[in-house]
Design a protein around this ligand. Structure first.
Ligand SMILES: *[C@@H]1O[C@H](CO)[C@@H](O)[C@H](O)[C@H]1NC(C)=O
Ligand SMILES: *[C@@H]1O[C@H](CO)[C@@H](O)[C@H](O)[C@H]1NC(C)=O
Ligand SMILES: *[C@@H]1O[C@H](CO)[C@@H](O)[C@H](O)[C@H]1NC(C)=O
Length: 114
C-alpha cells in the first residue's frame, strides 16, 4: 500500500517541479472518493468539489516545498483545524492520517499548505 502510494506521489511530484501534492479521500485509508491537488504554499482552498465538503476522512502530504497542510472546519481557512505533516520518509514521521484518529472526521471545509 505504502509503496504504490509513494510511487504515485513521486510521479505527480516529478511533474510539478517541487510544488506540493496534497491528497484526500472520503473514507479512512485512501478509500471512497479520492482527490489530489498540486498546490502552492499559503493559498487557501475551499472544498467545493462534489462529495468532499465535510466528508474528508483521510489526508496525505507528499514531499515538496511545504512543511504540511491544515484542514479547517470552516470556509476561508477559518475555525478549528488539524495539521497533516509532510511525509518525510519511513524513518521519520507518519505519512497518511485518518481523520478518525485526530477527531476531525467529516469536518473539513477548506485547506491550505504552508
Ligand atoms: C487508516 O485506516 C485504514 C482503514 O481502517 C487502515 O487500513 C490504515 O492502516 C489506517 N492508517 C493509519 C495511518 O492509521
Ligand atoms: C461522502 O463520501 C461517500 C463516499 O466515501 C459518498 O458516498 C457520500 O455521498 C459523500 N457524502 C456527501 C455528503 O457528499
Ligand atoms: C475567515 O476569517 C477571517 C478573519 O476572522 C474573516 O475576515 C473572513 O471573512 C473569514 N472568511 C470566511 C469565508 O468566512
Amino acid at each position: 500500500m505504502k509503496c504504490t502510494l509513494a510511487s504515485a506521489v513521486a510521479f505527480l511530484a516529478a511533474k510539478t517541479q517541487g510544488s506540493l501534492v496534497f491528497l484526500v479521500s472520503t473514507e479512512p485509508g485512501n478509500k471512497g472518493i479520492q482527490k489530489s491537488w498540486v498546490t502552492d504554499r499559503w493559498v487557501c482552498h475551499e472544498l467545493t468539489e462534489p462529495g468532499l465538503n465535510k466528508n474528508i476522512s483521510w489526508a496525505y502530504v507528499s514531499s515538496g516545498l511545504a512543511n504540511g497542510c491544515y484542514l479547517y472546519e470552516d470556509a476561508g481557512c477559518n475555525g478549528t483545524n488539524t495539521y497533516v505533516e509532510k511525509y518525510k520518509g519511513d524513518l521519520c514521521c507518519p505519512g497518511d492520517v485518518n481523520m478518525t484518529d485526530v477527531d476531525f472526521d467529516n469536518k473539513a471545509s477548506s485547506w491550505a499548505c504552508y
